[in-house]
Design a protein around this ligand. Structure first.
Ligand SMILES: *Cc1c(COP(=O)(O)O)cnc(C)c1O
Length: 389
């Protein structure tokens, strides 16, 4: 590859930018502590996982063997037998959510999809692309779906085949929709188990809940029909990716025959990334379940540490159970910009992914928020004193 001097300089300065900001991320849930150097040499190959990893493909440069291992891992993690499940490595949480919604729509073509107002924005794209009828449901103050509003809307719509898009960890508040309550309420409303579909969006928390002592319900054993997780979030990856797991009997309905690769394609893309399954595989193989439990414990501890520090300074910060997302009052624009925080209304959040386990950036951010809060309190105290005098 020959690049002009100017282009080389451009690349070099981007390299420096990446090195400088490698661990910048505290407002988004992407772990940055990964090391895939053992896989770098595979970048010289055009690896393509077009089609189904479970079938023969005459495209020889595929990493199906590794993808199979990854899907075996997740079927165990989410309590479904591999032979009863079907899933694949996606381009990220959004594709997994789309896959789940696509299956649901094939099962219930006239069903309405219900999702809470705290749901990730990608669901809006998905329902448009798939032309699914949908209804936004109110959220509770902690970010969970409002179960009463959900049932009221299903009743008002006289919906007989609801498709429930459940958040297993919302983006902004890490809230987990209680799928046990949802199922109980559906049953009370006379909607039988085979008449609704339950998709779990576990983009971040899908790699947290399996490793905590008292998880909220989230798996196939708890009654879900499909689940997606992002690979570049809790696991960490240089290329966005994810996984989706669904029930094999549901997936059989969407299979498309492709004669020129001698396979049945059930995935959403044609060509699929063959490198990301290798990365997921290496990430999952190199850490035992005990390692994962430890890693998650440390992130949860860092989140609690952040809540405690804020609260000790009189700042109203909180987090949901089993969540590494710490919600606090939105600071000034200057702090939001400096730390690239995501904000929503009058709240912001920080996310204690593993590259923050040394607490350095967490402390720096909290110090600044506390200093600013105290300054504002002091200034308003001065003004009110002046007004009183
Ligand atoms: C990040 C996120 C998504 C989207 O996942 P991508 O991997 O970015 O496509 C979906 N849902 C939730 C709850 C998320 O946090």
């Amino acid at each position: 590859m020959t690049l002009s001097t100017a282009d080389q300089r451009k690349l070099e300065s981007f390299w420096q930018h990446c090195v400088t900001h490698q661990y910048f991320n505290i407002g988004y849930p992407e772990s940055a502590d990964f090391d895939y150097s053992q896989l770098h040499r595979f970048l010289q190959f055009s690896i393509n996982n077009c089609g189904d990893w479970n079938e023969y493909s005459n495209y020889l440069l595929n990493s199906f063997d590794f993808e199979k291992d990854v899907m075996t891992y997740f079927s165990e993690l989410f309590n479904i037998a591999l032979e009863d499940s079907w899933g694949y490595v996606t381009n990220g949480g959004t594709e997994g959510n789309m896959f789940g919604c696509y299956l649901a729509r094939e099962l219930f073509p006239d069903g309405t999809l219900y999702y809470s107002k705290d749901t990730h924005y990608s669901v809006a794209k998905i329902v448009k692309l798939l032309r699914i009828k949908c209804r936004a449901v109110e959220s509770l103050p902690n970010g969970e779906i409002d179960y009463n509003d959900l049932m009221a809307k299903i009743a008002a719509d006289q919906e007989r085949h609801p498709i429930i898009f459940a958040n297993i960890g919302t983006t902004l508040r890490g809230a987990i929709d209680n799928i046990a309550i949802i199922q109980q309420r559906l049953q009370q409303a006379g909607i039988a188990r085979h008449d609704y579909y339950l998709h779990a969006d576990a983009a971040l928390s899908g790699m947290i809940l399996p490793f905590v002592e008292h998880p909220q319900p989230f798996s196939f054993a708890d009654g879900i029909d499909s689940i997606c997780v992002s690979g570049h979030k809790m696991i960490g990856s240089p290329i966005p990716c994810g996984i989706v797991v669904a029930k094999r009997k549901d997936v059989a309905r969407i299979s498309v025959e492709v004669d020129y690769i001698l396979a049945h394609d059930k995935t959403i893309s044609g060509s699929r990334n063959g490198h990301t399954p290798l990365m997921m595989w290496a990430a999952l193989r190199s850490q035992s379940l005990a390692d994962w439990r430890h890693r998650i414990r440390r992130s949860l501890d860092a989140a609690q540490y952040s809540v405690d520090r804020f609260q000790a300074a009189g700042i109203d910060a909180w987090r949901n159970k089993n969540s590494i997302t710490v919600v606090f009052p939105c600071p000034s624009e200057q702090i939001v910009k400096k730390y690239c925080l995501a904000t929503s209304g009058n709240t912001a959040h920080l996310i204690t992914t593993p590259h923050h386990h040394d607490n350095r950036m967490i402390d720096a951010l909290i110090d600044e928020v506390i200093a600013e809060t105290q300054l504002t309190a002091w200034q308003s105290g001065k003004t009110s004193k002046r007004a009183a005098g």
